[in-house]
Design a protein around this ligand. Structure first.
Ligand code: ADP
Ligand code: MG
Length: 715
C-alpha cells in the first residue's frame, strides 16, 4: 500500500454481531435478526425510510386541512374497538398555547403508553374532516427535545417487531461515536467518505446533507452491483461447456411439425440461443417475454438442439403444476422426434427407477421443479438447463450444476421470465446475462380488456359479466374439453378466515368509516369465504379454491380439474400467477387489486387471454379512494415493458423484484432511473476491473459484492 503504515481497511470489523453495540442485548438482537439486521454492517446500513422536517411547526389555531406539523402536549388518551371490525382506535388531544386538536391512530394502541403528559412532542400527519369532525389522522410523533437537538430534521425508520422508529433512533444514538470506526469501501472514494455518508444519513443536519449522503450511498451500491455482475460474467467465461452444433435440417423439420407458425420473435430468440450453444463457454441467457409470448416453445427448440447433439436437458419450473403442464405440452411434440421425456416432481411415483434412467442417459429431457437442482438426481450428460419463471441464477448455483455433470463441463443455461426487465436494470443487476426478448404475441391474441370496478358495483356490473362468460361457448379444444362454458379465475389474498389481514391500502383514516361493502369492510376476504359467497351467487356452477398452503398433490388435482373444464370458477390466491395455461379461462377478477404491484397484476392478468376468445380482467377495489395511478395504468396499457418502467419509477426495484421476501436484490437507495449515476458507476467499475489492482485488498468491497454474486432467484 502506498503510505506504508496506512492500512486501507482500518477501523472495526463490520461483520461482527450487532450485540457488540451499546444498548443491544440478546433480546433486541433477536428482533433485529428477524428484521435481517445481524451484523454491524446491517445495522449501519439500516437507513431511514424517510425524514421528517419538524423545523417549522404551525400553531394549532392556524392549521389548514392537509399535511401539518404541530408541537404540543398530549392528553386524554384512550383506546376503543371499532364496531364490527377488528380495529382499535386510539385517540387523544394535542394542545399548544393557541388551541387543541384531536389526534387519531388505528391499530396503534401502544400510543396509549408512548407519551409523558408533561413533555412536548411534535406531531405530523394529515389534518382532515372525518365524520363531521376535524382530526389529525395517524400522525407520527417525536419527543420535542430529541428533535430540537437534531436541528428539526429527523429520520424515520421502518418499525420491526416491536421496535418502533424511535427505538431505532435511540439505538443509533447510542452508537453515535462508533461511526468514526467504519472502514472505507470504494477504491476511488475519499478517505472517510463512507462513514460521513452513513453518519449524515442517520444524523442529518439538513436536507442538503441527506442528499449528499444518499448520493454517495447510491453510487456505492451501484458500483458494487455492476462490479458483481461483471465478475459473474468473468466467472462464467472461465467455465467450459460442450459446444452444440446447429442442425438446421432437423430443426426445420421440428418447426414444420408444430401446430402453429413461430412468431418472428421466437425465431430470433431461438437463433440467439443456437449461436450461444455453439460456443465452448456456457450460454448464460435470459429469455424475456410477456405472458403468452410463447417462451416454452423456444425452450423446446433449445432442448431439441441440445438433445440432437447427444446431451441431456433439465427444464425446471417453479411449481409442480407448471412442470406437469410443460410435460404435457412439449413432451408429445418432442416425442414425435424420438426424444424421451420424464416428469420428476414431488408426487412422481417410481422415483428411484426414473432417477436411474436419468443417470444412465436413457431419458433425454427431465422436467421438474427447481428442487431438481439440489436433490440427488444425477445426469449422464447434462448439457442444457432451462429455468422457467426465474430471472437469474447465482454463480454458486451454476457451479452446482457443473457438479451434476460428470464430464466437469458446465451446462448451457437459459432463464425465462415474463417480468420485463427495464433497460436500466439490464445494465446493472443483469449485466452478466445476455438477453433475448419476445416482443410479439402469437397471431390472433387480443389484449385483455381491463376494467377497474368497485365492490359496490359488483352486483350490477360484475356478476352479469361473469354469467355471460360462463355461458359462452368453450374456447380451446385441448384444454377445457369438459367445459360447459368459458371459465373464470377469481384472485384473492388470504387463505382462511382466521388469518385474513386488515387491509391498510386505504391509507390515512380509511379504516374508520364503516363500509357497507360487498366484502364486509376492507377485510381481505379469504378464498374459502369467497368460494362460499360465489357459490350463493352462482349456485348452478362448480366453484373450487386453490391456495399455496395446499399439498402439492391437492393443488395439482384442483388445477387439473380446472384445466379440463370441470371447474367453472377457480377462486385462488396468487399461486396461479406463474405460467399455468388454461386457454378456456377468459375472465379474471382480482379482488383487493390495490394491494398488488403493477408487475404482479399484469402477470396475473396474463393468465387469461391465452386463447382466441376475447378476455377480460376486473380489478376490484374497495372504492374508498380514487383508483390509484397504478390501476389506471393497467387499465390503459397491455404493454408489460411500459408497465414495468412505470412500476420501477413508482415503487423502486426492491418491491418489484421481490427483495422483501428474499433479501436478494435490495437496492437501498440507488434509483435505477438515475442513468447518469449508473453510467458513471459502470465506467468506474470497468476501469477498476481493467486496472489490474488486487481486489482482495478492498475487504469491505468484497463483502459488498459477494452479496450480489450469490444473488439467485428474484421472483
Ligand atoms: P409464456 O411465454 O407465457 O410461457 P407459453 O409458452 O405458455 O407462454 O405459450 C402460451 C400459449 O401459446 C401456449 O398454449 C402455446 O402453445 C402457444 N403458442 C406458443 N407459440 C405460439 C405461436 N407461435 N403461435 C400460436 N400459439 C403459440
Ligand atoms: Mg411460461
Amino acid at each position: 500500500m502506498p503510505g506504508g503504515f496506512l492500512c486501507y481497511n482500518y477501523g472495526m470489523d463490520l461483520s461482527k454481531n450487532v450485540e457488540e453495540l451499546k444498548g443491544i442485548g440478546p433480546k433486541t438482537a433477536e428482533i433485529l435478526k428477524k428484521a435481517g439486521i445481524k451484523t454491524l454492517r446491517d445495522f449501519f446500513y439500516n437507513l431511514p425510510r424517510d425524514y421528517e422536517n419538524f423545523a417549522m411547526p404551525s400553531s394549532i389555531s392556524q392549521i389548514q386541512p392537509g399535511k401539518v406539523v404541530i408541537k404540543g402536549l398530549i392528553s386524554d388518551l384512550k383506546s376503543r374497538r371499532a364496531r364490527k371490525r377488528n380495529l382499535s382506535i386510539t385517540e387523544g388531544v394535542v394542545r399548544d398555547n393557541t388551541g387543541a386538536v384531536r389526534v387519531v391512530w388505528f391499530n396503534q394502541s401502544y400510543r396509549l403508553r408512548q407519551f409523558a403528559p408533561d413533555r412536548e412532542y411534535y406531531f405530523t400527519g394529515v389534518y382532515e374532516l372525518k365524520n363531521g369532525r376535524f382530526q389529525l389522522t395517524t400522525p407520527s410523533a417525536a419527543l420535542a427535545s430529541d428533535v430540537d437537538f437534531s436541528g428539526g430534521f429527523s429520520p424515520i425508520y421502518v418499525a420491526h417487531g416491536g421496535l418502533k422508529s424511535n427505538d431505532f433512533k435511540r439505538l443509533m444514538n447510542n452508537s453515535r461515536d462508533k461511526f468514526a470506526e467504519i472502514p472505507d469501501l470504494l477504491p476511488s472514494a475519499k478517505k472517510g467518505e463512507r462513514r460521513e455518508a452513513l453518519f449524515d444519513a442517520h444524523f442529518p443536519e439538513s436536507a442538503a446533507s441527506v442528499k449528499k449522503s444518499r448520493e454517495y450511498l447510491a453510487y456505492e451500491e451501484l458500483f458494487e452491483l455492476i462490479l458483481a455482475a461483471s465478475l459473474n460474467r468473468r466467472e462464467n467465461e472461465k467455465l467450459k461447456a460442450n459446444p452444440v452444433a446447429f442442425k438446421v435440417e432437423k430443426i426445420r423439420e421440428f418447426v414444420g411439425a408444430l401446430p402453429f407458425k413461430l412468431t418472428n420473435a421466437q425465431r430470433r430468440a431461438a437463433w440467439d440461443i443456437f449461436q450461444d450453444m455453439e460456443k465452448c463457454t456456457p450460454m448464460n441467457r435470459l429469455l424475456q417475454g410477456d405472458v403468452g409470448s410463447g417462451k416454452t416453445m423456444v425452450a423446446a427448440l433449445a432442448a431439441y438442439e441440445a438433445i440432437l447433439a447427444g446431451g441431456q436437458v433439465a427444464l425446471l419450473a417453479p411449481t409442480a403444476i407448471l412442470a406437469s403442464q410443460h410435460y404435457e405440452n412439449i413432451g408429445p411434440l418432442l416425442g414425435k422426434f424420438g426424444v424421451k421425456t420424464a416428469l420428476l416432481t414431488g408426487s412422481t411415483k417410481r422415483k428411484p427407477a426414473l432417477k436411474k434412467q436419468i443417470e444412465s442417459g436413457e431419458i433425454n429431457l427431465v422436467i421438474g421443479t427447481h428442487a431438481l437442482l439440489t436433490d440427488d438426481t444425477e445426469f449422464s450428460n447434462l448439457n442444457l438447463v432451462v429455468i422457467d419463471e426465474q430471472h437469474r441464477f447465482g454463480v454458486e448455483q451454476r457451479q452446482k450444476l457443473v457438479l451434476k455433470s460428470p464430464s466437469g463441463l458446465a451446462p448451457h443455461f437459459l432463464a425465462m421470465t415474463a417480468t420485463p426487465i427495464p433497460r436500466s436494470l439490464q445494465l446493472t443487476v443483469f449485466g452478466d446475462l445476455d438477453v433475448s426478448i419476445l416482443d410479439e404475441l402469437p397471431a390472433g391474441r387480443q389484449p385483455v380488456k381491463t376494467q377497474i370496478i368497485t365492490e359496490i358495483d359488483a352486483k350490477e356490473k360484475l356478476y352479469p359479466a361473469m354469467r355471460q362468460i360462463l355461458q359462452l361457448k368453450p374456447d380451446a379444444k385441448k384444454h377445457g374439453e369438459k367445459a360447459r362454458g368459458q371459465q373464470i379465475y377469481w384472485i384473492c389474498k388470504a387463505i382462511d378466515e382466521t388469518n385474513s389481514l386488515l387491509s391498510n391500502a386505504g391509507g390515512s383514516g380509511s379504516g374508520e368509516t364503516a363500509k357497507v361493502g360487498f366484502s364486509g369492510g376492507s377485510e381481505i376476504t379469504s378464498v374459502k369465504k369467497r368460494t362460499r359467497r360465489l357459490q350463493e351467487v352462482f349456485p348452478e356452477y362448480k366453484i373450487e379454491f386453490l391456495h399455496g398452503k395446499m399439498k402439492p398433490a391437492e393443488k395439482d388435482a384442483v388445477m387439473e380439474r380446472f384445466s379440463s373444464g370441470e371447474i367453472d370458477i377457480l377462486v385462488s390466491t396468487t399461486v396461479v400467477e406463474v405460467g399455468v395455461d388454461v386457454p378456456n379461462a377468459t375472465l379474471m377478477v382480482i379482488e383487493n387489486a390495490e394491494s398488488y404491484g403493477l408487475a404482479q397484476l399484469h402477470q396475473l392478468r396474463g393468465r387469461v387471454g391465452r386463447g382466441a376468445s376475447a378476455a377480460y380482467c376486473y380489478l376490484l377495489t374497495s372504492g374508498d379512494l380514487q383508483p390509484s395511478r397504478r390501476l389506471k395504468e393497467l387499465e390503459k396499457s397491455a404493454d408489460g415493458f411500459y408497465l414495468a418502467e412505470v412500476d420501477l419509477k413508482m415503487r423502486g426495484p426492491g418491491e418489484i423484484y421481490g427483495s422483501l421476501q428474499h433479501g436478494a436484490l435490495d437496492l437501498r437507495i440507488a434509483s435505477l432511473s438515475d442513468t447518469k449515476l449508473i453510467a458513471k458507476a459502470r465506467k468506474d467499475a470497468k476501469d477498476f476491473l481493467n486496472s489490474g489492482e488486487d481486489m482482495l485488498q478492498y475487504k469491505e468491497l468484497m463483502v459488498g459484492i459477494s452479496k450480489y454474486q450469490q444473488l439467485t432467484t428474484l421472483n
